[in-house]
Design a protein around this ligand. Structure first.
Ligand SMILES: [Zn+2]
Length: 130
């Protein structure tokens, strides 16, 4: 949990406490990543998907990844993602990409207005255009 955005961490802790009351255990697989680790993941994805164009639909670069900036977490368990898809917005925790049901970021506006519309995949996200 080191280097995660403080607001995101606070929202996750609050959600985890309330999820536990509902009997849903909370697993966070990966939060902050170093740029080196993100590059490693991207290299792996390029060999898996055969090209960088295809790989970046799944793995961001070290400069664009919200994991490197500490603004994203990947949730580790389907119980948790199910709970978050129902209750996450109350904490500002939103799924961002339709193809990544495990990836959550903090959107504080969601507490009042609900989560923003999801992108189909990261290539639709303007933050990924560099
Ligand atoms: Zn992620």
């Amino acid at each position: 949990m080191t280097n995660l955005d403080a607001g995101l961490l606070r929202a996750l802790r609050q959600a985890a406490t309330d999820a536990a009351d509902d009997g849903a255990e909370f697993y966070v697989n990966s939060g902050w990543r170093s740029p080196e680790y993100q590059n490693h993941l991207l290299r792996e994805a390029i060999s898996k998907y055969g090209s960088e164009d295809e790989a970046i639909r799944w793995v961001a670069t070290a400069t664009t990844s919200p994991h490197v900036s500490g603004d994203a977490v990947d949730i580790g368990h389907s119980d948790t993602t199910e709970w978050l898809s129902k209750h996450g917005a109350e904490y500002g925790l939103c799924q961002i990409y339709r193809n990544e049901p495990w990836h959550y970021e903090l959107r504080t506006n969601a507490i009042d207005r609900g989560c923003p519309r999801m992108y189909a995949d990261p290539t639709q996200d303007p933050r990924m255009q560099q």
